[in-house]
Each structure stands twice: as structure tokens, then as C-alpha cells.
Design a protein around this ligand. Structure first.
Ligand code: HEM
Length: 420
């Protein structure tokens, strides 16, 4: 069996650790995937991690009837899938995401994918963030932290601060000068609900369709405006390119769905984890340079996107498990990031752990285009200011915080108190 070096998705550096190349394209040598009929969506939603532990210990891939997919839980298999788009297509048939948001770059394979990805230009890249977005994020952070402080101890960290802060940042990144951060939150949630509407609930489709129409109208209004008044936003860049309107609409909806929840969730999860681990909190307060380590450890520990889909393009064997052509896969980043074959004591939040590349931002051609935006707005700007502005910040003992979700996971309730 050949060995491929593990490449850090952030730096491109190759780690000493090797990941076995475990794909065989013959069907003869594999076994059938074990059936995990004991996996229930309600249990995944509450706490997926004990389920992932059991699955990883049993096999790298299971057929999960309730999810109607093969779930891939080992780090090495998830990594292989990300790197091989010829065998694992992102262009899933009957995709609910395509129905909810249109056919975005996230559900295209190359060469079509690359055209859309390139159309985003320099907006999300580190140099533009440094020159342009950091000051805007800092101003937004000041505004929404002040609103949180005005609300007083007992306020909810997620809904009174992290959600409006990240939504306002994304509104400006996209270029929706005709909309509000509250519009962004509503669009994001209803479009995401559409992509997860396996129950085919007509009310969920109606809300997703209403948001989709609102986003289309907002784009139609902004494109001519931004063509005449260019700025650094995504829509401004798109206004100058010969990109079909359908692609612009789908890519913006995917970005609204994918660029808001995750920074919001990693911001809240990191604060929650630090407040729950006082020695690590003391260390970052002593050395604010450690906030970026806390961020990376947080997305490893609780991957904000816990699972994303792929589809096999031919019969193959993945780490000893037979998969037919057209098999619908769930690449379970939330499980891969806690694989003990890669991470020591993986269930622990530990900002001092040995640095290893996690998979929270995906990999291969679809590696998250917003990685640097997420790091800047959360690790560089929000986290240090949160602890500076809220002295002796702690979780409110009168009302327990709640973390939930598995396809997307984050804090759904997080009341906080501080010395005012
Ligand atoms: C902590 C925050 C974030 C996490 C954990 C995250 C995670 C991910 C993951 C796992 C993917 C790949 C999914 C797949 O291959 O199917 C992805 C793709 C993407 N993300 Fe993010 N994301 C974050 C923040 C953002 C932000 C802030 C933006 C935009 C401002 C953004 C824009 C995108 C785009 C455009 C893609 C599609 C890339 C492509 O298909 O080439 N993300 N993200």
C-alpha cells in the first residue's frame, strides 16, 4: 500500500505523519459496510461524539440507514476523499443544497468549480483582509460588544453578540448594502434548513424559497450599483465579470449559508471551552498570541461543519469497505478531527496539543475560501476584545449553556455574566 504525506491545508507544509492511501478501485478485496442501524439523528444532534468514537472503533465507513448515507469517520479516509475529486464528486445527484440554494461552486467539480471559485477574486484573501477588512471587523466588533455590555450580565453570548457581529461582517463582505444583518441571519438559517430538509417539510421549502427570492432581488439591485460604485465586496468583483447570473446567485446563497454560522459557532465554542478550562484561559490572557491556537483547537474539537456530502464516481474499496458507484457519502469532519490515530486524547480541548493538521476547513479543491476571514474576525479581533471588555467573564451558573447539532454544531444558548 502506498503512503501519501499529510499536507497541512493552511500552510501547505507536509507533516511527518503519513496517511495511508487506502483506495482500491477493484471491488474484489473489500467487505460490505457494516450497517449502523443504532445511529439515530436525534442522538447525533444532542451529542455525536460518543457515536463517532464507537463508529471509528468498529470501521472507517458505515451504512447509516437513518441518515441514508455511508458515514466516513476515520481521519485518513476523510482526507483521501477530500484529495480525490475524480473518485469522490461534490456534484451530488438529488442534492437538497442545489434545490435550496442553486448550483454553487461547492457542488461543482473542476473545471466548472474553478471558474466560480476564481470569480470571488481577492475579496477573501489575506492581503485584502489586512488592508481592508480588519478595520471594518474591528469597528463592527466594538459596536456589537457595546450592545452586549449595554444588555448587561445574563445576556446571551451567541444571540446578543456573536450572531449579529458575524452577520454584519458577512453582509459587508458580500456587498449587500441594501440589506441588514438581521436579513443575513434569516436568509442563512432558512437556506440551511432547506439543505437539510430530508423530511421534505413544505413549510421549510416555502421559507427557503422566500429567502432565495429576497437574495435574488437584493443581488439584482446591488450588481448595477456596484458596477458603477466598486468596492472590495464579492458582489462588486462579480459585477465586473462575465459570470452567469444563476452562478452568482447560487454562490452568494451558499456563502450566506456557509460564512455566517461557522464563525459565529467557533467564536462561542472557543469562549465556552476557555471558560470551562481555567488554566488554558489564564494562559491566553497572559499571552494573547495564544488566541489563534485556541481558535484552531476549537475548530478541531468541535468542527463547525460536522459533515458534508460526496458521491462515488465508480465502484471502489475505501479502507477495506466496498462502495458502489453513485454511493452517497457523508464526510464526517467532526469524527475525523477526533481520530485517536492522529490526535492524542482527542476528546480533550487542549490548546497546547502537538500541532497537527485538522480537517475543519475541508481540503482539496473545495478547501474553505473563507478560512482567513474566519481567523481574522474571530481569533485576531473578537476573542481578545471579548475578554478585555468583559472583566471576569464567566458562564451564568443560573442557566446552563447548550451545545447542539452535528451537520452544523455550535452553542445554541450561552448566557454569560461578568463584573460590570
Ligand atoms: C470557522 C469558520 C468556517 C469553517 C469551519 C468553514 C468550513 C468549510 C468547509 C468544511 C468547506 C468545504 C465543504 C465541502 O468541501 O463540501 C468550506 C467551503 C467554503 N467556505 Fe467555509 N468555513 C468557515 C468560514 C467561512 C467564511 C467566513 C466564508 C466566507 C466569507 C466561507 C466561504 C466558503 C466558501 C465560498 C466555500 C466553498 C469553496 C469551494 O467550493 O471551492 N467559509 N468551508
Amino acid at each position: 500500500m502506498s503512503q501519501t504525506p499529510a499536507t497541512c491545508p493552511f500552510t501547505g507544509a507536509q507533516s511527518a505523519q503519513t496517511v495511508p492511501a487506502a483506495i482500491e478501485t477493484s471491488t474484489g478485496e473489500g467487505r460490505e459496510a457494516p450497517v449502523a442501524d443504532w445511529v439515530k439523528i436525534s442522538d447525533l444532534y444532542t451529542n455525536p461524539f460518543p457515536i463517532y468514537k464507537r463508529m471509528r472503533e468498529e470501521a472507517p465507513v458505515h451504512w447509516v440507514p437513518e441518515v441514508n448515507r455511508y458515514m466516513v469517520t476515520s481521519y485518513s479516509a476523510c482526507h483521501e476523499i477530500e484529495q480525490n475529486e475524480a473518485l469522490f464528486s461534490a456534484d451530488e445527484r438529488n442534492s437538497l443544497m442545489k434545490r435550496s440554494m442553486g448550483h454553487s461552486m461547492l457542488r461543482k467539480d473542476n473545471p466548472e468549480h474553478q471558474v466560480d471559485r476564481d470569480s470571488y477574486g481577492a475579496t477573501l484573501r489575506p492581503a485584502t483582509i489586512k488592508k481592508h477588512w480588519n478595520d471594518i471587523f474591528a469597528a463592527n466588533n466594538e459596536k456589537y460588544l457595546a450592545q452586549l455590555v449595554a444588555k448587561g450580565p445574563g445576556a446571551d453570548f451567541v444571540w446578543d453578540y456573536a450572531a449579529p457581529y458575524t452577520a454584519e461582517n458577512l453582509r459587508l463582505i458580500c456587498g449587500f448594502h441594501n440589506s441588514t444583518q438581521a436579513d443575513m441571519q434569516r436568509w442563512s438559517q432558512t437556506l440551511i434548513d432547506g439543505t437539510g430538509n430530508y423530511a421534505d417539510d413544505p413549510e421549510v421549502w416555502a421559507k427557503a424559497a422566500a429567502s432565495s427570492a429576497e437574495v435574488d432581488a437584493a443581488i439584482d439591485e446591488m450588481l448595477p450599483y456596484l458596477a458603477a460604485n466598486p468596492d472590495r465586496s464579492l458582489l462588486s468583483n462579480l459585477a465586473s465579470l462575465p459570470i452567469p447570473l444563476e452562478a452568482i446567485r447560487a454562490n452568494l446563497k451558499m456563502t450566506i449559508g456557509g460564512g455566517l454560522n461557522e464563525p459565529r459557532d467557533v467564536l462561542a465554542t472557543t469562549v465556552w471551552a476557555l471558560l470551562s478550562n481555567p488554566e488554558q484561559l489564564d494562559a491566553v490572557l497572559e499571552d494573547p498570541g495564544l488566541f489563534s491556537r485556541a481558535f484552531e483547537e476549537s475548530v478541531r474539537w468541535v468542527a463547525p461543519i460536522g459533515m458534508y456530502p460526496r458521491e462515488t464516481t465508480q465502484d471502489l474499496v475505501l479502507e477495506g469497505i466496498k462502495l458502489p458507484a453513485g454511493a452517497r457519502l457523508g464526510v464526517v469532519l467532526g469524527a475525523a478531527n477526533r481520530d485517536p490515530k492522529v490526535f492524542t486524547d482527542p476528546e480533550e480541548f487542549n490548546i497546547f496539543r502537538e500541532k497537527k493538521p485538522h480537517l475543519a476547513f475541508g481540503g482539496g479543491v473545495h478547501f474553505c475560501a473563507g478560512t482567513w476571514i474566519a481567523r481574522a474576525q474571530v481569533a485576531q479581533i473578537a476573542l481578545p476584545e471579548v475578554f478585555r471588555s468583559l472583566p471576569n467573564l464567566r458562564l451564568d451558573p443560573r442557566s446552563a449553556s447548550i451545545d447542539a447539532g452535528w451537520v452544523f454544531r455550535g452553542m445554541t444558548k450561552m448566557p454569560i455574566i461578568w463584573d460590570s
